[in-house]
Design a protein around this ligand. Sequence first.
Ligand code: FDA
Length: 570
Amino acid sequence: DSVGVYDFIIVGGGTAGLVIANRLSEDTDTSVAIIEAGDLVFNNKNVSDVDGYGLAFGTAIDWQYESVPQAYAGNKSQTMRAGKALGGTSTINGMAYLRAQAAQIDAWEHLGNDGWNWKSLLPYYKQSEHFQLPTAEQCLAGAAYDIGVHGTTGYLKTGWNNGLLGENVTSLINATYTSTGLPYIQEPNGGSMRGFTRYPATVDRELNVREDAGRAYYLPVQNRTNLHLYTNSFVQRMTWDGASKNSTPRVDGVQFTDASGKQKTISAKKEVILSAGALRSPLILELSGIGNSAILQQHGIDVKVDLPTVGENLQDQTTGAGAYSSNTSFSGTADYVGYFSVADIFGNDTCDFNSTVRGSILQYATSVVEASNGVLDQKVMEKLFMIHYDLIFKDQIPISEILVTPGQDRMDFSYWGLLPFSRGSIHIQSNDSTTPAAINPNYFQLDYDLKQQIGTAKTVRKLAGSDALCEVVTGELSPGLQSVPLNASDDVWAKAVKAGYRSNYHYISTAAMMAQDLGGVVDTNLSVYGVDNVRVVDASVIPFQVCGHLTATIYAIAERAADAIKQRYY
Ligand code: FDA
């Protein structure tokens, strides 16, 4: 039965979806519905606790999707976490607010995305942001910034947590990172990220709670009568406008199961915006008849738009850990990060590594094309990989991130490669929307990814063994000298890296914004190719990995998408 007619329906009240909902409903004559599978979590301590990272994992607000067994990493599957709540994954994430390197956003323009570059995205980063200046004490503890790149009137509060680890610890960690030749940088969010710094978080410092998308973008506008929120409501598919005389297919609504378990349909007069996340939006496209016709037909779905790359190009990163015992106990928030370039990680071996990778591009493209069953194109992948290669070796943008958390009698490092080449996919396995998808990130499919991760693991050991830390660090707990002796071969390191990794939870590109002949799914306005009135606005559209963490960039993309939508209708 029909329960509502709206101008816009937003599927997924998550990080991106709530930005769109807020901006589109600014106009009181425009009606907007948000359909969110999860519930309100404003009173959930696992969400609000600023030191509660990980508490929500495995609870009802974690979708905890499972990947297929990973063929290049011991055939183990991986848990792919994502938030199921108003606010989406921003309710369970690590709260880091870190954007991207300018050159990598500029590279989007070379993928057929005219007008998408760092310069044009920066105003949207700023528009989304309400930067809280650090207190005097936080400044002493190393919180630094360039106000020119921050916004102060946006919805999203950013800044440093109360209870930061203090000045002495910062000096120690700074000395540790800079001993490897990495410079200290004051501002990681201005487009130039290489260096060691103390990064800001998405936090409401006054209330001392996490700043998630619900709190930032929904709470302040929840009383708008033209904004309707359906919670605990699971969208199955979009419905098609059979009466449309338009030659391009149009959708006219969505089907979902409501909070009481009833089947509902609501209508969209203008558009449906999919913001269900990179591990959901492509599935909703497929279930609606937009995707690879071979896959759709296999599951008995009518093909409305044959768009074979829906669900392809899935990219994630892999996280590793290094743990050390310490004779000192630290308590307080650690927001210490180092961003390393290829030369920082590989030193004198950078030239050799460069030649090896350059010589492997054709093979990388071939492997990825084969893994896609020929959906991706050899020449296109060579082109994309050359852009990727140039970012790493010519622009020397950061390739590795290393975080350190000084804790109780220990010091923990976590690290990941920022720019893996491997590409996977996500597809439906049935026309029943509740059947889990086949999610295959193809971790370590290509040897750059493994070599990069090994190089970064070795750098972690170097940091832990630096002169700066020698009075504090007393031994290596993990990976441990037993399993990975000093001077261990790369084969030994490879085993340890593959045995101990997890998903970095930075899934992107499953409905990539690119020219259609490069395999794009959405155009520069984030409209799905071949459909009149469907957009995807979430991590799915990000075509290449970013060096920062994802939300900062997703908020900016969503602000920009809202402008694009307004331009068409307002
Ligand atoms: P998001 O997941 O936010 O929103 C999708 C929404 O759609 C969800 O609310 C979901 O419930 C809903 N939905 C899905 N299917 C639906 C359906 N069929 N019907 C209705 N609703 C549906 N980033 C960062 O910037 N800093 C960090 O520190 C971290 N750390 C981190 C840790 C962990 C554990 C994770 C999992 C992720 C991070 N990230 C991160 C990544 C970042 O949080 C993430 O990429 C974005 O929040 C994703 O935003 P989206 O808008 O793409 O989807």
